[in-house]
Design a protein around this ligand. Structure first.
Ligand SMILES: C[S@@+](CC[C@H](N)C(=O)[O-])C[C@H]1O[C@@H](n2cnc3c(N)ncnc32)[C@H](O)[C@@H]1O
Length: 204
């Protein structure tokens, strides 16, 4: 069974080297945003991607979801501080959602895109979380998965706690999604694989 992230290790999410080995622009680039979408940042943590997402969605909305109230408290501080430094029209509203039973208060197909960064290895065997992501994703919408790969690296969880790219793709297929972008570790990111999977149907 997947091992949950321990909020006491939150400082690891702020590793300054991360900006080099996982540039946020490359993460967000996978979503090919127009700027008016509703994007769920699932397992947002303290917001490595949440605040940049809000800045990339001047006409959209971010729903930042986490099961850790402690991490969401810190994220709330960061979102508030970031919004204070910008013109209001330049930043999407960020709704913070504390999930206790994998329920996200959005309607069916309410997410144009869902981003999961370093989360897939924590939820791949949690069927109710996967069902909720599938419920949320709009027809034509994208689920982006960026997660640790079993390669030699100085950071991140041990290989026994993560998935291979093939295992991650099998979970995506079990959700009825089609992988349209597959980037093994060493191509886009040195330590992570990246997958973009689409729900069938017309793009909104
Ligand atoms: C390794 S952290 C990554 C945080 C953030 N995405 C980042 O890249 O900095 C994994 C996050 O996923 C959250 N998480 C794990 N399972 C979850 C679930 N079922 N629902 C919501 N959040 C979850 C954890 O609480 C933690 O904040």
């Amino acid at each position: 069974m997947a091992e949950p992230f321990d909020p006491r290790h939150a400082a690891r999410l702020d590793d300054p080297d991360r900006l080099d080995y996982q540039p946020v622009a490359d993460v967000l680039g996978l979503l090919e945003l127009r700027g008016d979408e509703t994007v769920v940042d699932y397992g947002a943590g303290v917001g490595y991607t949440t605040v940049p997402l809000a800045a990339a969605l001047p006409r959209g909305r971010v729903v930042a979801v986490d099961r850790s109230a402690e991490l969401l408290d810190e994220l709330c501080r960061r979102v508030t501080a970031s919004a204070a430094g910008r013109a209001p029209a330049a930043t999407a509203p960020v709704d913070l959602v504390h999930t206790t039973e994998n329920r996200v208060p959005l309607p069916d197909a309410g997410a144009d895109a869902i981003l999961t960064v370093s989360v897939w290895h924590e939820i791949y065997d949690d069927q109710s979380a996967l069902d909720e992501l599938r419920r949320l994703l709009a027809p034509g919408g994208s689920l982006a998965i960026i997660d640790w790969a079993p390669v030699e690296r100085p950071v991140g969880p041990p290989a026994a706690r993560i998935l291979t790219l093939e295992q991650a793709l099998a979970v995506v297929a079990s959700m009825g999604l089609t992988a349209t972008v597959v980037r093994p570790a060493g191509t886009l990111f040195a330590y992570y694989y990246a997958i973009v999977a689409r729900a069938s149907g017309p793009l909104a």
